[in-house]
Ligand binder design. Structure first.
Ligand code: M6R
Length: 378
């Protein structure tokens, strides 16, 4: 049931505040305050997961791989655990040399993606009969606990987004991000890598996200709907981001190509001058994610380099950012938040943009050509 929305994808975009709220309620102790001595996170994972943990490796495909990249950033920056993210299809045939005390996380909303399943299977197999420090520790992050993954891995984080029908993943991505925020915080508390003040600020910031996503949905849909008319003939798009928003640039590009069939590339903004800048001219719009934080100034100057090549510049920026207003032709504003929490907000405008461009072109948004909801062949 589309409940009055034109497409399932649009309905699922609108479900995100509720999904994020429900996941936070499930994984975070609602009574917890910064004065509480306890761990605010409740993932219900067994103790053996945490013992002498030295490395994490994440395997996934597509949008779930992008969630893994955000997860990697969080696990390294918050919990200080060396983490690697692999495309499942690559890891399967060229795995990292076996590392001890390693947690392997498979991220798949469907729990049926063949590449991800076979990468996990291989990892399990090569760790059989090894000394205890090499024993497999596997965690699945999935939206379908009754899936093949659910039966293969004994420990799961259930992302609780409800069934997603649109082929383009939206709400399940947000739910995967919440799972990674909570896992990274859980590990950070256990490893004592955060000050109590920082921990309190992040938990408080997470709790505010659902209302902030609601605010973006309310303000932006009309604007982006109208903006998308300008791209009726556009053939290429570039998405730029840095740091924790680099994966959001990749996600914006993937959403757009998947449902609008426009060629789009996501790049870490600083890499643009090392080649892709040659693509730019007035016909190639550039979407840059430039929110306050560590890399803000750098992204703005990378965006300016694009502007000097006549590219139309669209910025996902903080609200009331006058400095950014001077740089960008169009702004898709989000509330000002800690940069670390921003992906759950910056992803909304790029989802909307992809949706509206595709819908405006009259395409079958929920069932794009050549794609299936889950890819069950390797
Ligand atoms: O079910 P999974 O999360 O394992 O699916 C992985 C990819 O096939 C999937 O994310 C794909 O990239 C989406 N259609 C993206 O919107």
């Amino acid at each position: 049931e589309k409940q009055g929305f034109k497409h399932f994808m649009l309905k699922e975009i609108y479900e995100q505040p509720g999904v994020v709220r429900a996941s936070l309620e499930a994984y975070l102790d609602s009574e917890w305050t910064p004065d509480s001595p306890s761990n605010p996170v409740r993932l219900g994972l067994p103790d053996r997961f945490y013992e002498e943990l030295e490395h994490i490796q994440i395997v996934a495909c597509g949008t779930s791989w992008h969630a893994g990249l955000v997860g990697c950033y969080l696990l390294e920056q918050l919990a200080e655990i060396p983490t690697q993210v692999h495309y499942a299809s690559e890891f399967r045939y060229a795995p990292t040399p076996l590392m001890p005390n390693t947690l392997t996380i498979g991220v798949t909303q469907s729990g049926e993606t063949a590449d991800t399943l076979s990468a996990l299977e291989m990892e399990k197999r090569r760790r059989l009969d090894r000394e205890p420090k090499f024993a497999a520790r596997m965690l699945g992050i999935t939206n379908r606990t009754d899936s093949t993954l659910g039966h293969m891995v004994s420990d799961l984080i259930d992302t609780r987004a409800g069934i997603e029908i649109g082929v383009a993943a939206t709400k399940t991505f947000s739910a995967q991000l919440v799972a990674f925020y909570c896992l990274a915080l859980d590990l950070a508390v256990r490893r004592r890598t955060l000050t109590p003040e920082r921990l309190g600020a992040i938990v408080e910031g997470l709790r505010q996200l659902p209302a902030q996503i609601e605010a973006i949905l309310e303000v932006q849909e009309r604007y982006i709907g109208e903006l998308s008319h300008q791209f009726a003939e556009t053939q290429d798009f570039i998405f730029l981001g840095r740091g924790i928003n680099y994966p959001i640039a990749l996600e914006g590009a993937l959403k757009l190509k998947e449902i609008s069939y426009i060629h789009a590339e996501g790049y870490p903004a600083g890499e643009m001058k090392h080649g892709p800048i040659a693509l730019l001219d007035a016909k190639v719009p550039v979407v840059a994610i430039a929110v306050p934080g560590l890399v803000y100034e750098k992204v703005l100057s990378n965006a300016q380099e694009a502007k000097a090549r006549d590219a139309q510049l669209i910025g996902v920026t903080a609200m009331n950012d006058d400095h950014a207003a001077e740089v960008f032709d169009d702004q898709l504003p989000i509330p000002t938040v800690d940069e670390l929490l921003s992906p759950l907000l910056t992803v909304i405008p790029v989802q909307f943009l992809a949706y509206h461009i595709a819908a405006h072109r009259g395409l079958d948004v929920d069932q794009p050509r050549n794609l299936a909801k889950s890819v069950t062949v390797e």
